[in-house]
Structure formats: C-alpha cells, structure tokens
Write a protein that binds this ligand. Structure first.
Ligand code: ADP
Length: 270
C-alpha cells in the first residue's frame, strides 16, 4: 500500500485526487506531530517531580537531618507526589472524555447541586482569602453527565481561586438567555490574561506563566478539559479577559440542553 497505491490513484484520478490526498497526508502529519508533542509534554511533566523526589530521597539518605528539616523535606515530597497525582488524574479524565460517547440529551442534572459543590470547594481552597459569591436556587437543569459538568465548573473556580490574589473577588453566576440557552459564568478580579495568550489557552499544557501554574498545583490541562466537556454537551467555552482587571470564563449551553424546573409544559418560563 502506501506510496505505490498513492501513485496509482493519482495517475487514475489526476490532480484533484492529488490535492485531496496531500491534504489528508498533511492532516495526518499534523496529528502525528501533536501526538509526539503530547507525549513529550507528559514525559517532561512527570520527569520534573520525579527528579525533585529523587533529590530529596538522596538528601534524606545522605544528610543527618533534624526533625524539623525531615518534616520539611517530607512536606515538599508530598507536594511533588500530589502534583503527579493531579497530572495522572487529569490525563485519565481527558482520555475518558475522548473515548466516551456524547452525553445523552435527556438525562437532566440539577445545576444547583453542582453550584453547591463548587461553592464549598471554592471556600475550602480560598480559606477566607477571597470574597466568593456563587449563585444558588437557580432551579436550572442541564442535560448531560453530572461528573463532567461538575469537573468543568470546578476547574474554572479552582483557577479563579488560584490565580486571583488575596482579597480579590470571585463570582459564579447563571443566566438564561432569550433564546433559551444558558450561561454559567465564572468571573474573577485576578491578573487577567493578555490577548496574545487567549487563543492558545485551551491547548493541553499551555500556560501563561508556567512556574506560577506549577507552584499552585496546576497541570496545564484544566481548560482543555473544560472545553472538551462543554463541547461534548453541545456548548462552547468563551473567555474574556483584561490584564490587570480580571477574567470571565463563560460556559454557554444551547437551549436543547437547558431547562428550568419552573418551566411549564410549553417550555416557557413564567
Ligand atoms: P493550569 O493547570 O496551569 O491552571 P489551565 O489549563 O487550567 O492550566 O489554565 C491554563 C493557563 O491559563 C494557566 O496556566 C494560567 O496561566 C491561565 N489561567 C487560567 N485561568 C486563569 C484565571 N482565572 N486568571 C488568570 N489566568 C488564568
């Protein structure tokens, strides 16, 4: 097969075929390059904490440490281990998302349950450093998979808490649009993201500030998970941000995936 088959096909079907085939090959090369990049990134992300861990093990083996020093080293080792656990867990989430069928359009999930969970997670993570307001009693329901929707919302809120300096504000709101679509918005008063970075933000392992992201436990996979989830639910992720002012991440769901438990049989909100 391969080149031989290609040249026979090209002779038979001419230039048009050649164009289509070369597009196909370019597409495949692009996919191969992406896969190679991905593997290189994963290896790098795993190798770094492993190197740090083995350094600590050597230190503990070769140096007489005081109890305080020993505890400090163990805490740092714990952080590196957590970093790898986070990475593996995000990688598994991505693999599951890619391998599973699109969420059914008729399994309804309560948005208020999701909001209650992210509210308590955000409060715990922020530990009182931010002013956090999360919508409640929306009465809205989304068609889809609860664990995925929760993970998308939680990723956005975790980022907001991570990147917003102390005493900043984080607000999670829900609104229904005139056409029946629904939007879950996570807004913060953090550092914002410059325009040049926005288009690449949802790429796997893309970080605006690598060291800041790693320091705070980021894997660089969060927003690609969010985008995947919302797209599988027929929606899209929209990002608005202004440097120095803050960011707004919007999960937009189409009317077919949104309903309100207050809706009448006609599907119109009172
Ligand atoms: P990470 O695990 O690094 O947070 P994400 O995919 O969730 O990875 O986010 C990608 C990058 O986008 C982050 O590294 C960070 O630089 C930037 N980012 C995400 N959310 C925010 C936010 N709320 N405010 C400022 N920057 C953000």
């Amino acid at each position: 097969r391969g080149q031989g088959t290609l040249s026979v096909l090209i002779r038979r079907y001419g230039e048009g075929m050649k164009l289509v085939l070369s597009q196909d090959i370019t597409e495949r090369e692009r996919a191969d390059a992406m896969r190679r990049d991905f593997v290189a990134n994963v290896s790098h992300e795993i190798r770094t904490p492993l190197t740090v861990l083995s350094g600590f093990i050597e230190t503990m083996n070769s140096l007489p440490l005081t109890e305080v020093e020993r505890r400090r080293v163990l805490t740092l080792m714990g952080q590196q281990t957590q970093r790898m656990q986070g990475l593996v867990s995000d990688l598994l989430t991505l693999a599951q998302l890619e391998g599973s069928p699109r969420p059914a359009p008729d399994r309804w999930v309560s948005l208020d349950t999701i909001l209650a969970r992210i509210n308590s997670d955000a409060l715990a993570l922020s530990a009182g450093r931010h002013a956090i307001v999360v919508a409640q009693d929306t009465g809205a329901e989304l068609a889809g998979i609860e664990s995925e929707l929760l993970s998308a919302a939680a990723n956005l809120v975790t980022n907001a808490v991570r990147y917003t300096p102390s005493s900043g504000q984080i607000e999670v709101t829900w609104r229904r649009l005139a056409d029946g679509a629904g939007e879950l918005i996570v807004a913060d008063t953090g550092p914002g993201i410059s325009r040049d970075h926005l288009p690449r933000l949802t790429e796997r392992f893309y970080r605006v500030d690598g060291s800041r992201s790693r320091e705070t436990g980021g894997t660089g996979l969060g927003l690609s998970i969010v985008k995947h989830v919302v797209q599988r639910h027929g929606g899209e992720l929209q990002i608005d941000s202004e440097v120095g002012k803050g960011s707004r991440f919007k999960l937009h769901f189409p009317p077919t995936r949104v309903r309100s438990c207050h809706e009448t049989a006609l599907g119109v909100e009172a």
